[in-house]
Design a protein around this ligand. Sequence first.
Ligand SMILES: NC(=O)c1ccc[n+]([C@@H]2O[C@H](COP(=O)([O-])OP(=O)(O)OC[C@H]3O[C@@H](n4cnc5c(N)ncnc54)[C@H](OP(=O)(O)O)[C@@H]3O)[C@@H](O)[C@H]2O)c1
Length: 316
Amino acid sequence: MSKTRILGNTDIEISAIGYGCMGQTHSYGVVEPEQAMVDLMRYAHEVGYTLFDTAPFYGADNERYLGRAIAPIRDQIVLATKFGIIDENFTLDSSHDSILREIDASLSRLGTDHIDLYYQHRIDPNTQPEEVAETMAELIKAGKIRTWGVSFAPIDYIRRAHKVCKLSAVQNVYSLLNTADEATYFPLCEELGLTYVSACPLAKGFLSGRYNAETKYRDGDWRDDMKLFKEEGMTQNRSLLELIQDFAERKNATPAQITLAWEITKKPYLVPIPGTTKKERVKENFGAVDIELSPDEMREIDEALSHMELMNMGRG
Ligand SMILES: NC(=O)c1ccc[n+]([C@@H]2O[C@H](COP(=O)([O-])OP(=O)(O)OC[C@H]3O[C@@H](n4cnc5c(N)ncnc54)[C@H](OP(=O)(O)O)[C@@H]3O)[C@@H](O)[C@H]2O)c1
């Protein structure tokens, strides 16, 4: 499996598996120590990751850590961040002036003069897609961003925006547990030539098979409130965990690697961005690029999946 992909309609090369920074400061009940995360991300780059994904919504430290990590290797990194959620109360604002304020703040935290891939994190009901796209065109012209994408935007919204300023990527939740986008966003990506960046590709770690109903989470870890990680989720999804485990044994791999290998084998425009705060898992997850799943093996997984009544993860 090639270790790289091309981002959307651009000539920007990205690693076939990207690194998701969110968990360093958000969703898992902790803000990880800065230097350890800077070292971890530099290690991620050594292992082969070149696409790094952050957002202001993950906390100001998230962009700052990443900025420090990539400072010596900026030209080798494809840096993705987001706009449109302007505070921790989930206030949505994609007006022209708000985006201009947001990008300057992100550039300053990231310590760089440009963002390679700038996503609208969530759509703003008060701003039309055409207006957002015009702002993106302005930022491209100013050299502040190279290209842009959207996260969780409706299909019609994407089409309208794309007519004004071409997008390169959509970022939605997709994994063995969340396959609904295959019927909707995949055809759109094929039609418009977009990269599909899959968030939460390990279903927050569930698909690694390393968690069970007795696992204790830190205060503030969202998984403590998710049915998926309780007895009912573990029981309902046992057949999937067994399937992945079986493949892991057959391929001399780990369940997380099988999960990620299944994604990157599925479509040439699919790029998962797993997150981890552990060095050994940074390497393990990227190791999925070395696992070959044949067309028969892919069919076997998809066929088994089609008979399972799974509890999915929701929207991350
Ligand atoms: N656009 C959006 O709205 C949106 C929403 C959610 C996420 N995202 C993006 O997607 C990225 C990834 O999402 P995510 O962190 O929610 O979910 P994820 O990548 O599916 O899972 C991350 C969780 O799994 C654990 N993990 C990672 N590798 C593992 C392995 N090999 N074995 C066992 N456990 C493993 C991590 O814990 P450890 O740290 O302990 O390894 C962490 O708790 C984020 O960083 C963010 O960039 C975007």
